[in-house]
Design a protein around this ligand. Structure first.
Ligand code: G3I
Length: 370
């Protein structure tokens, strides 16, 4: 009578061990697929290691919302700094008045902390396109907008200030794309020199909330010769003279976007030096180059100019792998392709980092690098 039961148990045991074996095989084969897709680059040749010899930080941007272990592996292996993409923008942070949405940003900052990567916050204040609808209500008065500005920066920056249990953001884009696009906060008014008061208030508030954080003014289309770059330079010069705490200027470098000209090395050297002479750090904050534009050479040329500028402290791309690039209609913009493989652009960047003289590295005092 017992025999059938034993046979049944035996049979079940076989099945269970069969399922377990299958699970183990699937797990390891999946893991090896993941591993084999990663670029076979020796640790000493990784971008963050090579960049550290120049005392600069290198990275890209991602909200880590793709649940993609391959993207995350690249970030962990190659980057010393990671910028948020959308999760820290005003529209994402404060979708309705006084309701702050920290879940995605907490995850972003925790990932950086857990992996020894510096978190860069993008962005505290920006042109209208990045603000939540309620902030754009035309009925809001100047004094009300001033309170909203201070409250937003206080809450968002305060969450990740030095010593925060949620993790720290050591670099913040305080202002983004406001020198030539409209922003409702202009309504607060201007100072005697015609500069918007909210520019001053944003940096002053940020400095008060976290005195150790590096405060960046980030702009698009200033990497080639046009009046906007000069306007930004003159504005920051005036504000610095008044003691407004602006630490760095961010050059986005979305190369060739909307047919914009390719930056010229001589001009770049000049404009970098002008901002450096104001005591600012220089940041390449969002670089991407479509492959149909000689991306290998463009990455090489711009990075070479960067390494020759002692005040340059960060060089980063916008996004990480081509498949998640925001420039969806263009092909191949970054250093890693759709299959997570290092592209010729990666090797071009690697070579520049390897072969450029380290003469400026002793002059660099990149915050957070050591
Ligand atoms: O989250 C919604 C989703 O729910 C919805 O289904 C989907 C439908 O389109 O949209 C999703 O939101 C999109 C969001 O990215 C998240 O993917 C928005 O439509 C889209 O407009 C938004 O684009 C971002 C853009 O800024 C506008 O905020 C890009 O990802 C982001 O890369 C881009 O980043 C900017 C920098 O902030 C400043 N410098 C220029 C740079 C490139 O434009």
């Amino acid at each position: 009578m017992k025999k059938p039961i034993n046979t049944f148990v035996h049979c079940m045991n076989n099945r269970i061990s069969g399922i377990l074996t299958l699970a183990v095989v699937v797990f390891f084969s999946t893991t090896s697929i993941v591993r084999s897709q990663l670029p076979p680059i020796p640790d000493g040749q990784r971008l963050k290691t090579l960049a550290a010899r120049h005392r600069i930080l290198t990275g890209g941007s991602s909200d880590l919302n793709h649940n993609d272990v391959n993207e995350e592996a690249i970030i962990k292996n190659e980057f010393s700094i990671l910028s948020s993409e959308n999760c820290l923008k005003p529209y994402a942070m404060q979708p309705s008045e006084n309701t702050f949405e920290f879940s995605r940003s907490d995850r972003f900052v925790r990932f950086c902390k857990d992996n020894g990567i510096i978190a860069k916050g993008h962005k505290l204040m920006a042109r209208d396109g990045y603000l939540p609808k309620w902030m754009l209500d035309p009925k809001l008065t100047g004094p009300e907008l001033e309170k909203i500005l201070v409250n937003h920066i206080t809450n968002v920056m305060g969450r990740y200030k030095k010593g925060s249990p949620y993790g720290e953001i050591k670099y913040w884009d305080v202002l983004n794309e406001v020198i030539s696009y409209p922003c409702i906060f202009e309504k607060i008014g201007t100072n005697s020199e015609g500069d918007y008061l909210y520019w001053e208030q944003a940096f002053r508030t940020a400095r008060t909330i976290d005195p150790d954080c590096i405060l960046i003014w980030n702009e698009d289309n200033i990497e080639f010769d046009q009046p906007k770059a000069e306007k930004l330079y003159e504005t920051i010069k005036r504000l610095k003279l008044k003691g407004i705490p602006i630490d760095a200027v961010g050059f986005q470098c979305h190369i060739g976007f909307h047919g914009q000209p390719i930056p010229d090395n001589t001009y770049l050297e000049l404009i970098f030096q002008k901002f450096a002479d104001l005591g600012l750090y220089i940041v390449i904050s969002e670089m991407d180059v479509p492959d149909n534009l000689d991306s290998v050479d463009i990455y090489k040329n711009i990075l070479t100019v960067c390494l020759n500028q002692p005040r340059l402290i960060i060089w980063q791309t916008w996004n990480v792998v081509d498949k998640y690039s925001w420039r969806k209609k263009e092909n191949g913009l970054l250093l890693f392709d759709e299959n997570y493989m290092a592209k010729p652009t990666y090797y071009s960047v690697q070579q520049v980092l390897e072969n450029t003289s380290l003469k400026n590295s002793n002059l660099r005092t990149t915050p957070g690098l050591y």
